[in-house]
Every structure is written in structure tokens, then in C-alpha cells.
Design a binder for this molecule. Structure first.
Ligand code: HEM
Length: 479
């Protein structure tokens, strides 16, 4: 969290001494998540570092985070005004802009409702339970076919490149009612280079704190600005097409439903009265942007763990065989019946922690005094570095331990909590179970995947071109 002003007479929380002007920037510049973990072990769950001259409060530990984001939620719901965030959606982003007042609240509601209607709400027209199930099943089936074809033609491949288009297609289907070809260059120019975004939007980026750095040439910043331009351009074209073909009697997707909210006769009645029209429709930027990179990264880490721990992969497949069998594809309604698969997903979220921080919050200082001296030293996890899905299962292994599951905070907590959490969890479940029902994943003999996380807003891993798949059952046994 970022503090704006230091009132007189208030002692700062403990933290490392820094240099004049630079503060702690040198020790935080690389692998910020690891540097802060080390420092918080020394200074406690409420710690202050300085990046440049700006004080930054760093909170760790379950109780401390709950205290701030839930119990004192109102005081922590703002976002700081950071240099790089001004380039996201022309400074109008729901997620990154400093607005946290009534307009932000109304926009967040609108986005949440539109998202729900076109994902997990029961579908009146589709044969699936809901649109999300329909879209994910289709894309996962496509991936199975594509991976097998790549094996035939190339003998090995990099799955990320295909996962990202499939996941983007799911959010595209909900937002825009359309699907892209896996070779669509315009889409690939955005989704396949999301590191250009996450590198600069990472927590603690020095250029956000030391103004002089904003005037020095930076390749990362050039790529970031370019990325945001391409992104807005791509979406504006689609929104324009939607306006041109809009029909209030046939609301096709999230974009249509947001356009509908802007129509005059609706404006009187809904919460969006105060929200300018552009700020309603451009919510699709936030949904699309947050929706493709995060879920892809989660699925990609899942595949990395599956090839690193083949026995865990076999256990998931055994559970799938026993519970679903070979005669039909997994469905969303199977989720409660596959505890080991669910435990694997939780362990992937916990062990990778691929969103290592929330997006930064802003806070007012008067609040912290009551709880800042508290140090939460109880251990959260036994053997935290071991990858072990079973830590999330009941003693008999037949159920997911809910309390343990709730200790995994990748989606954040409180007023700024991720609005895509339910659909993200459903997607990861359905993609993985569909892929693993049909395919066995491995890497070429003698190769190993590199699990070292690369620091950013989301932690990526090095791409690996040595993935292989084997079909688990002859095609004819599937109906
Ligand atoms: C915010 C995690 C998927 C939409 C966030 C935050 C986190 C997060 C940590 C920041 C919370 C904070 O600042 O306190 C994740 C993870 C995902 C995922 C781990 C996938 C595994 C999605 C999806 C969508 C989405 C699929 C939408 C389609 C958003 C939005 C915000 C957000 C709009 C900003 C909320 C606000 O600032 O008020 N997410 N997310 N996310 N997420 Fe997600």
C-alpha cells in the first residue's frame, strides 16, 4: 500500500534503512516478491519500505491482511496514482485508475453484473448449464485436437501459445460474442506478449516512484505504452461494430449489455446515473485484460507442475476416470465430486502465488496504529515449499478442507477483491479436467521445465517448447 502523506509526530512502522533519494530501491529492484518476503521475516507483518522518497507499507500474514482489507476495508480501497497506470485504458481503468469513489463503485457493479449474465448465470438458449461451460468445453476440445496435431507434425510444442488464445477466446465470446483463429495476428500481437504489460505494471516499478526515471528512455516503458495503445485500438474497433449493429431486443454479449446501460431511458433507473457513457463501455477493456492473462498464467503453471510431478498427474487422471469415466466430457457440475483435482488447483495457486501481491492500494495513516505492532508469527503452512495437493484434503482424502482453501489469497480480499474469481476458478477447473481426461502431458526425454518465476504483476515462467502429449484413450471410445 502506498501512503500519500506522513503526518507529524507519528512513528513509522519498522523497516530497512535506505539510501537518501533512492530509499530501498536497489534491494527491491530485482525479484521484488522475494526481497520483500526476506525483509518481512526480519521486520514483521507490518513493515515500511521506501521506494525513492515514497513510503510504502508492506503487509503480510493472513490476520494482518484481513485486518486491513476486510475490517478496515473502506480505508484501504483506494489505488495510488502511479505513472504507469495512467497509460492503462487512457487512465480510465476500473482496476488501475486512482478513482475509488461513487463512480468506481457503480462501474464495478455494472461490470460484475454484465460478467455474471454472460458466464455463470443459467443459459436459456444453450444446451450447456451456462455460457461459460459451453465456451470452455469448446475451447478445451479444440486444444486437445491442436496438441495432438502438433505432436504429429512437430513432435513437441510450447503450450502457452495455444492456451492463451483459447482462454482469450472464452472471454472474447462473453465480451464480444466472437472467437478468433489461433493464427489471428492481431489477437496474437496482444495476448501473446502480455509480459510487455505485466513487467511494467509490476508492484514496486521504480519509474512509478522516482519521477526522474520517467524522463529517461526505457525500452520496457516503450513496449508498455505500445501494448496499451494496441489494446485500446483493438477493443475500440469491436465496440464500434457493436454500436453499429446494436439491437435492444437482442443483447448479444457483455459489450451490448454495457451499451444498453448507456441508453437514455435506462440511465434514470440504474446506479450508473453519474457514470459517463464512455466509462461504461470501456469496462470491457478491464474485463478482457484481466480475463485472459491471469487464467492463462494459472493454466500454464498447472501444466508445468503436472509434468514436473507425473505421479500427481496420474492421481488426477485416476480420479477423473473413476468419477467421470470415458463416455462423456467433464462438466462444471462435476467440480464438487473431484476433490483431488480441486486440491491440485488450490496447491497450484498457493505454491506458484503467481499474483504475488494485490494491485497496490492507497491508505490513510491514521488507521494503522491499532494493529501495526502485531506480528502474526503462526505458521500458515507446513513445509511451505513442498508441492503437495493433499494439504488441502480432509484426513480421509474425500473432501476439500475449506478452511485451508480460504487461506489461499490469490484473488485478494475485501472491497477490491477480484470480480472474476468465480469464473476464473470454474475455467481453470474445466480446462484442466477436460485436457487431463484425454491427454497425458510430459516433456521430451532429458529435458526439464524451468520453474523459476519471472517477476511481474503476474509471475510468468520461461516458455518451454519441449512439451509432449499422448492421447489417453482411443478416440472411438468417446461419444
Ligand atoms: C482484480 C486475481 C481472473 C477481473 C484482481 C486482483 C487480484 C486478482 C489479486 C487485485 C485485488 C486487489 O487489488 O486487492 C486474479 C486471478 C485470476 C483472476 C488470480 C485468475 C486465476 C480474473 C478474471 C476477470 C478478473 C477472469 C474478469 C473477467 C478483475 C478485475 C479486477 C481484478 C476487474 C479489479 C477490481 C477492482 O480494482 O475493483 N484479480 N484475477 N480477474 N480482477 Fe482478477
Amino acid at each position: 500500500s502506498l501512503r500519500q502523506h506522513v503526518p507529524q509526530g507519528l512513528k513509522s512502522p519498522p523497516g530497512p534503512r535506505g539510501y537518501p533519494i533512492l530509499g530501498n530501491v536497489l534491494e527491491l529492484r530485482k525479484d521484488t516478491h522475494l526481497a520483500l518476503t526476506r525483509l518481512s521475516q526480519k521486520y514483521g507483518d507490518v513493515m515500511e519500505v521506501r521506494i525513492g522518497t515514497r513510503p510504502v507499507l508492506v503487509l503480510s500474514g493472513l490476520d494482518t491482511i484481513k485486518q486491513a482489507l476486510v475490517k478496515q476495508g473502506d480505508d484501504f480501497m483506494g489505488r495510488p496514482d502511479l505513472h504507469s497506470f495512467r497509460y492503462v485504458t487512457d487512465g480510465q481503468s476500473l482496476t488501475f485508475s486512482p478513482d475509488s469513489g461513487e463512480v468506481w463503485k457503480a462501474r464495478r457493479k455494472l461490470a460484475q453484473n454484465a460478467l455474471k449474465t454472460f458466464s455463470i448465470a443459467p443459459s436459456p438458449t444453450s444446451s450447456s448449464t451456462c455460457l461459460l461451460e459451453e465456451h470452455v468445453s469448446k475451447e478445451a476440445d479444440y486444444l486437445v485436437t491442436k496438441f495432438l496435431q502438433l505432436m504429429d507434425e512437430e513432435k513437441s510444442f510450447d503450450p502457452y501459445r495455444y492456451l492463451v488464445v483459447s482462454v482469450a477466446n472464452v472471454i472474447c465470446a462473453m465480451c464480444f460474442g466472437k472467437r478468433y483463429d489461433h493464427n489471428d495476428q492481431e489477437l496474437l500481437n496482444i495476448v501473446n506478449v502480455s509480459e510487455q504489460f505485466v513487467n511494467v505494471a509490476a508492484s514496486g516499478n521504480p519509474a512509478d516512484f522516482i519521477p526522474v526515471l520517467q524522463y529517461l528512455p526505457s525500452r520496457a516503458m516503450t513496449l508498455f505504452k505500445d501494448f496499451n495503445k494496441r489494446f485500446v485500438h483493438f477493443l475500440q474497433k469491436i465496440v464500434k461494430e457493436h454500436y453499429e449493429t446494436f439491437d435492444e431486443n437482442n443483447i448479444r454479449d457483455i459489450t451490448d449489455s454495457l451499451i444498453e446501460q448507456c441508453l437514455d431511458k435506462k440511465v434514470e433507473a440504474n446506479t450508473a446515473t453519474q457514470v459517463p457513457k464512455e466509462k461504461i463501455v470501456n469496462l470491457v477493456n478491464d474485463l478482457f485484460g484481466a480475463g485472459f492473462d491471469t487464467v492463462t498464467t494459472g493454466l500454464s503453471w498447472s501444466l508445468m507442475y503436472l509434468v514436473t510431478y507425473p505421479n500427481i498427474q496420474k492421481k488426477i487422471q485416476k480420479e477423473l476416470d473413476q468419477t467421470i469415466g470415458w463416455e462423456r466430457r467433464p462438466r462444471l457440475s462435476d467440480r464438487g465430486t473431484l476433490p483431488y483435482t480441486e486440491a491440485f488447483i488450490l496447491e497450484m495457486f498457493r505454491h506458484s502465488s503467481f499474483l504475488p501481491f494485490t494491485i497496490p492500494h492507497r491508505y490513510g495513516l491514521k488507521l494503522q496504529r491499532r494493529w501495526r505492532d502485531k506480528v502474526d508469527s503462526r505458521k500458515l503452512w507446513k513445509d511451505p515449499l513442498t508441492f503437495n495437493p493433499e494439504r488441502f484434503l480432509s484426513a480421509e482424502g474425500t473432501e476439500v478442507n475449506k478452511v485451508a482453501g480460504e487461506k489461499v489469497l490469490v484473488f485478494g480480499l475485501g472491497k477490491r477483491k477480484c470480480i472474476g474469481e468465480p469464473i476464473a476458478r470454474w475455467q481453470v477447473f474445466l480446462f484442466l479436467s477436460t485436457l487431463l481426461q484425454q491427454l497425458e502431458f510430459s516433456v521430451c526425454d532429458g529435458k526439464k521445465v524451468d520453474m523459476t518465476p519471472l517477476y511481474g504483476l503476474s509471475l510468468k515462467h520461461k516458455r518451454c517448447e519441449h512439451f509432449q502429449v499422448k492421447q489417453r484413450f482411443p478416440k472411438k471410445s468417446m461419444n
